[in-house]
Ligand binder design. Structure first.
Ligand code: SAM
Length: 422
């Protein structure tokens, strides 16, 4: 009898419980990055798995009848399994896809998007969802959040599923400029403790400088960074969001609003555009070159200041940055502004709030571009937008986060003639 068929004395198959060990075949990777497997009539989610692996796993937790398991032994490795190069992999909570070839990572991400669209948005995905690979599968991250534990002096990232700091000497996914600052910071930490309160350290690299928040390395880093994307220059600092994979920014902007050289698809030029969750204006600046009037809405005051400054530096006077939560701004102004030509939204991982989706539908844009870093919340929001009178025109994926299960997706939607919700 195999481990997965073990029966109780009465003949019934034992259900899985915490601590149980079973041998399973990993079928595919699910949204969230876990491998799907089945044993004893139950579903298992296996961490750090590769599709096609045969593995011995131990159940570590149970939730809603689903067993969460970790690999004890790889019995037969998948053909797409590779040896993770990072010595911290498995312990560090940063990466969860290093066990896959890069091609398998890309394929798994497209499957994650498909799965989310089918199960959450309840829509059949297009036959082809193109995914643009990252120019660099390693040393691509231009932003990091380092954790510091002053009791033991460790500096790095949280361990998987815990608040213990994994002390990291070298991180293979951050850009060399960030690695140099991490090394300098580690040298300082080995001599003296960082100030009280410096437990979460944001580091962000631009074309020339690295900025830190809080600024725990005076004299060694800059107050702010800057990055040129296509024809635009953006300033930002570590207190506000800027996309982490700079190698993919130009194609991402092109895919969201049309070719930066001016060849915008129909619907990406016109009178009024709204850029929701605009950050420091990554999309606001190129939008302001295409539309007569642009509204950018952003909740982070520092990002708003940079967005205004970036527009001013580019001599763009036709865009207004609104410092507000998106939901509140839409609730207040959507009816007055409606209809607009184009809405771009790029929310954080949690997706758009209910009032935001309602507000977008009330704006009645001819076209929407939804830029998302989480397929599950994207699919949840798409379902509402589809019910609100929109249909999917195209879907494209961008591998902004190699070595992790995360993926950036851009969905273009067009308004159907009738809005079923009025
Ligand atoms: C994924 S980032 C996108 C930023 C920008 N579009 C870019 O690509 O650089 C999401 C942005 O939304 C902002 N944000 C998060 N929740 C918000 C809310 N409820 N209302 C307004 N802005 C919000 C964050 O500060 C962040 O700048």
């Amino acid at each position: 009898m195999t481990r997965e068929q073990r029966a109780s004395p009465a003949g019934a198959v034992e259900s899985l419980e915490i601590g149980a060990e079973v041998d399973v075949d990993v079928e595919r990777i699910l949204p969230g990055g876990m491998g799907l497997a089945h044993a004893r009539g139950q579903t298992l989610l296996v961490a750090l798995a590769a599709p096609g692996d045969r593995v011995r796993v131990q159940v570590r937790g149970m939730r809603g009848g689903v067993a969460f398991a970790s690999i004890e032994e790889i019995l037969t490795p998948s053909s797409v399994r590779v040896v993770p190069p990072c010595p911290y992999f498995g312990r560090c909570g940063g990466c969860d896809f290093q066990q896959l070839t890069y091609e398998a990572q890309l394929a798994a991400k497209v499957e994650i998007i498909r799965d989310s669209l089918r199960r959450v948005a309840r829509v059949e995905p297009p036959a082809d969802i193109p995914i643009t690979p990252s120019p660099d599968a390693w040393r691509y991250r231009a932003r990091s959040m380092w954790q510091y534990d002053r009791r033991v002096g460790s500096l790095g990232y949280y361990e998987r599923g815990s608040r213990t700091v994994c002390d990291v000497v070298e991180c293979p996914v951050i850009v060399p400029e960030l690695q140099a600052v991490l090394t300098t910071l580690r040298e300082r930490v080995s001599r003296e403790a960082l100030p009280e309160g410096a437990s979460d350290i944001q580091a962000v690299a631009g074309d020339a400088d690295v900025a830190l928040a809080p600024s725990v390395l005076t004299g060694r880093v800059a107050e702010e960074s800057a990055r040129t994307v296509g024809a635009e220059r953006y300033r930002f600092n570590a207190d506000c969001f800027f996309q982490i994979n700079h190698g993919l920014l130009a194609p991402l902007v092109d895919a969201a609003i049309g070719d930066m050289t001016g060849d915008a698809p129909a619907g990406m030029r016109g009178q009024r555009a709204v850029d929701l969750y605009c950050g420091v204006g990554l999309f606001t600046l190129p939008l302001a070159r295409r539309f007569a009037k642009v509204f950018g809405v952003e909740g982070n005051a520092t990002a708003c200041d940079y967005a205004r400054r970036n527009l001013a530096d580019a001599k763009l006077t036709n865009a207004k940055i609104e410092a507000s939560t998106v939901g509140a701004w839409l609730t207040r102004y959507a009816t007055d502004l409606s209809p607009v030509d184009f809405v771009l939204l790029d929310p954080p991982r949690a997706g758009a709030e209910n009032e935001t989706v309602k507000g977008i539908i009330a704006l009645r844009p001819t076209r929407i571009a939804y830029v998302s870093c989480d397929p599950a919340t994207l699919a949840r929001d798409l379902r509402k937008l589809l019910a609100g009178g929109y249909e999917i025109a195209s879907i494209a994926a961008f591998d902004m986060f190699p070595q992790t299960h995360h993926v950036e997706t851009i969905v273009h939607l067009t308004r159907t003639t009738v809005n079923p919700e009025g």
